[in-house]
Design a protein around this ligand. Sequence first.
Ligand SMILES: [Zn+2]
Length: 330
Amino acid sequence: MTNPTMTTAAVTSPATTAPAATAPDSDLEAARSEFRDELLASGLLIDAGELGLYGRSGLFEDVVDGISRSVTRLLADLNAERMRFAPVFPRPEFENTDYIVSFPHLTGAVNGFTGTEADHRRLVSARANGEDWSAWLSPAETVLVPAVCHPLYERLRGTLPAGGRTFDLSGFCFRHEPSIDPMRLQAFRQQEFVHVGLETDAGEFRNAQNERQLAGLLDLGLDARVVAANDPFFGRTGRMLARNQLADEAKLEVVVPIYGDLDEGTAIASANNHGDHFGATFGIQTVDGSPSASSCLGWGLERIALALVRTHGTDVASWSPAVRSSLSLA
Ligand SMILES: [Zn+2]
């Protein structure tokens, strides 16, 4: 039992779905369950034992890789600096993001065992008696990454070059949100393009690149559209934050219908304006000494893959030559 255990759960971004509004929940749940069954029967996804937790087949991974190559190609002229981080990051940095204030229900933290041999004997004995042994674990130094841009900001502490910096990030994110809906995973990958710099540049980046990401997703044959959206903030204060976010259009999502008219579509990508939130909390300044602004595009790689399956069918070999070519599958 020396391995850290991941308990509670984490994320924002492309993973935010508009709430079901137009149909009885039971119809929507049935449609989600049916899609899940179809994916498992096709072998594209493999049931990994918890809702929202799946293995991926080689073919599914080929599609995910193709989506990543396609967005990388689409935004190649940004000359983004390519960086990859682990799916866990330091607890103090997680603290700095304020994620726990807004999304306690999605957070995932790592616990580890640091006790004595006597503690270990008590843990083993509790386990042998079928009792809860998690009390012998304590919070480790790391928290699960809720959005792939979060491990970046501490690395940027200090003064940015004129013109700011642009990054290409990708990796696994976690959100504690078990669901029958295969569009809602607990562990999934995002690819993000992040600009950190002047407020005007970050705003322009968000709007201009959002147009291009929509075009890229339409090119894949998806029935995609952009909507103003809000993150799933927790609680009553959260509802106010969500209203502000909507009013400011700080978050745009690219949504695709997955369950027909049963809901308002599922977000597969997002474009987010952070203002100076990360610049101020992580001590990132522009050349004039003011806190930097940031914005990011996030592609939900599994969500896009699943939207493609929903649109073009489970037989990936039969997808149109144009789509296969865009995904480098041809
Ligand atoms: Zn981000």
